[in-house]
Design a protein around this ligand. Structure first.
Ligand SMILES: Cc1cc2nc3c(=O)[nH]c(=O)nc-3n(C[C@H](O)[C@H](O)[C@H](O)COP(=O)(O)O)c2cc1C
Length: 248
């Protein structure tokens, strides 16, 4: 276990950081956003290429993006209800409901990882008092993703296309650095893959350089006392991630 102050602090931050899915209305001062970005920029990356760019939205711009993204989510919900013909019509009319993200967020989960995914989802809904069969309530909670869970600030993370998986890896290290810096300052975060679903509104709002792909978003703000923020899905033991040697 931790045997000095730095190690203890880091171990505590790593163990107690949780995804925050409900925020207070309190604004985050621009200097604080600048400070956590300034910490996170020290993240390591492939050949120190730092192959990511960050778009930050607060205030009116955040509200505009929320409206536009929610409109897409709601249109997509209608589309789902419309069956095959509805989907065909959406395709032919180039409906805004169709995902236009740079990465496909609707992958098949391998059987090995499905139990963890399900346990995390069910645990989250249970913490909110949502019954397994209550699809309407689950849908309402899902919709909160595109409200950034009420956060006053949302960040969008872009990665450079040519570096492939390694730009994504670098962005992940950057994000964890940012999340820990935010947490150390009393702020809460939630990484949001959901925000990679529709890129159009984000690209319209920011001067995204060519060859940068939208990877995900991140909600940032002051955690509320809502019960959802106490949800801890736990982790597998170290032994479960270690690959054993081959026996000769
Ligand atoms: C890349 C990435 C994408 C994520 N996307 C979402 C998301 O779209 N919505 C959400 O509620 N949580 C999202 N999460 C949060 C995870 O569900 C969460 O980290 C995981 O369940 C572990 O919980 P903890 O962060 O509270 O420890 C994401 C996390 C990561 C790292």
């Amino acid at each position: 276990m931790a045997d000095n102050a730095d190690a203890e602090t880091l171990a505590r931050l790593l163990r107690t950081r949780r995804s925050v899915r409900d925020f207070t209305d309190r604004e985050v001062p621009a200097e604080l956003i600048a400070a956590i970005l300034d910490d996170a920029r020290w993240a390591p990356s492939w050949s120190n290429t730092q192959p990511y760019r960050i778009a930050v939205a607060g205030g009116a711009l955040k509200d505009q993006l929320k409206e536009q993204l929610l409109a897409r989510f709601d249109a997509a919900t209608k589309l789902q209800a419309g069956g095959v013909l509805g989907k065909l019509a959406a395709f032919l009319t180039r409906s805004k409901a169709l995902p236009d993200g740079d990465f496909d967020t609707r992958f098949e989960y391998p059987a090995e990882l499905t139990p963890r995914r399900r346990a995390t989802g069910f645990g989250l809904y249970a913490s909110l008092g949502i019954a397994r069969g209550d699809t309407a309530a689950r849908h309402r909670q899902m919709r909160r993703n595109w409200e950034f869970f009420g956060a006053p600030v949302v960040l969008f993370v872009f990665v450079r296309r040519e570096l492939g998986a390694y730009s994504v890896l670098d962005a992940g290290i950057f994000l964890q650095s940012l999340m820990l810096s935010a947490q150390a300052r009393g702020l809460g975060t939630c990484a949001e893959g959901a925000l990679g679903t529709w890129a159009g509104p984000v690209r319209e709002a920011f001067e995204v350089p060519p060859n940068y792909k939208l990877l995900c978003g991140l909600a940032l703000g002051w955690p509320s006392g809502h019960v959802v923020n106490a949800y801890n899905p736990g982790r597998a033991e170290v032994a479960e991630m270690l690959i054993p040697e081959k026996r000769s």
